[in-house]
Design a protein around this ligand. Structure first.
Ligand code: PLP
Length: 412
């Protein structure tokens, strides 16, 4: 175990100009602008649109990466026979979530979005229908439509202030899920748990119900659970594979979101049977993580918990600060603390109604007047997302509060 270090999450690190950063989030490239749905990105834009932390990495991970650099040889690398990696992975989920993984059923993917696309190819054919639950992380839609499959939207149910659960609480429409899963062409459900962007961490009961419906109709569940380590105080992650141990499910987990290692991808695909793992690998082809990804992941799983605990406490402070700011300065904007993820999902409907503006003008004001880059709600929900914006908050608090002030000015 590494020694205790107190990390400074308030530190602002320049990721936009530093020669060695290579950050996509802080890039001013045309591609990043297009990703944000804006014409161009300038030096004074605050980037809060993508699920990426602005914090310095955990020291044990940095130490492991330095040691890997010092080794000096970077030829083909791989996980075969790497018991240390698999032991660390297994111990992580057993310790934190009480989830017992059979590591013989784990496979590697160089990224989760890629893994979703591989699963679509491996387990469905063109023209098949795939269920997703909007509003949802946009690459779910592209993994389906970009591969000539058809989206079935089992739209989440949004609750309001009059409901017991309170405003912006989302639940699943199980009757509709049953109807969609019963269709002859329905082959797969891509589940997001905890859910990006609405922040629900699905309960064991909800997950068991999803699994029952999908099992009854032979619909494969692909559970993207890569935000599963980012739980709010008082919530515990339940994996679908835990809630429904007999279900046919492919679970995606990673150090990516937990430790901000998206640049060193190592998604763990946890299968419920050997045949699905073999099929996945057949379609994926040869792929192994880099020595840096392996080093970083082992250090994260073995020695990263101290950093993570501090990071989660800081993020919770950010969530409270942003929600508090909006409650005081823009009280008609809807937002609630997530149960899991570091994502805030804002409803600007009432504010826009009062200002007499549409969603496009809302987006323009935030981007052009406030000079803040959020992600437009239409990306998550093409039909109902017009007045929604997503903000990702693992950044120094000063940066977030600056963004909040700018947004309040632009919308007052
Ligand atoms: C739900 C979800 N899945 C996948 C990803 C991307 O994962 P990867 O970088 O491993 O492709 C993200 C990133 O924001 C996400 O929120």
């Amino acid at each position: 175990m590494s020694e205790h270090i107190t990390y400074n999450f308030d530190q602002v690190i320049d990721r936009r100009h530093d020669r060695w950063s290579y950050s996509e989030k802080w890039s001013d490239s045309a591609e990043t602008a297009e990703h944000c749905g804006v014409p161009a990105i300038a030096d004074d834009h605050i980037a809060l649109f993508t699920a990426d932390m602005d914090f310095r990495c955990a020291q044990p991970i940095l130490d492991a990466l330095h040691a890997t650099v010092d080794h000096g040889i970077f030829g083909y690398s791989g996980l075969a026979g790497n018991t240390r990696y698999y032991d660390a992975l297994r111990a992580w989920f057993a310790r934190r979530d009480g989830w017992d993984i059979d590591t013989d059923l784990v496979s590697y993917s160089p990224g989760t979005v890629l893994a979703l696309n591989i699963c679509v190819h491996a387990f469905t054919k063109p023209g098949d229908a795939i269920i997703i639950q909007r509003p949802v992380y946009p690459p779910f839609t592209s993994a389906v439509e970009g591969n000539d499959r058809v989206v079935l939207d089992n739209h989440l149910v949004r609750h309001t202030a009059d409901d017991e659960q309170g405003d912006l609480y989302y639940t699943m429409d199980f009757d509709q899920l049953e109807e969609l899963a019963a269709r002859d062409d329905a082959r797969m459900l891509i589940l997001c748990n905890p859910h990006n962007p609405v922040g629900r961490a699905w309960t064991a009961e909800e997950l068991a119900r999803v699994a029952d419906i999908c099992t009854a109709h032979d619909v494969l569940i692909v559970a993207d659970e890569i935000h599963g380590d980012l739980m709010a105080p008082g919530y515990r992650m339940v994996h679908l594979a835990q809630a429904a141990p007999k279900a046919r499910v492919v679970t995606c987990t990673a150090t990516n979101k937990t430790f901000n290692l998206a640049g060193l991808p190592a998604t763990n695909m946890v299968f419920s049977n050997a045949a699905d793992k073999a099929r996945f690998e057949e379609v994926r082809g040869y792929a192994e993580p880099s020595p840096f990804a392996i080093s970083a992941a082992i250090a994260a799983y073995e020695d990263g918990e101290d950093w993570l605990a501090q990071c989660l406490a800081y993020i919770q402070g950010n969530i409270d600060a942003v929600i508090g700011y909006f409650a005081e300065h823009l009280p008609d904007v809807g937002v609630r603390a997530p149960e899991g993820t570091y994502i805030l999902w804002f409803d600007f409907t009432e504010r826009c109604r009062k200002l007499g503006i549409d969603g496009a003008e809302l987006h323009r004001r935030i981007y052009e007047d406030a000079r803040v880059l959020l992600q437009d709600g239409t990306n998550f929900d093409p039909q109902g997302g017009e007045f929604f914006q997503r903000m990702v908050v693992p950044s120094p608090r000063s940066m977030l509060l600056d963004a909040c002030e700018r947004i309040a000015r632009a919308l007052s």
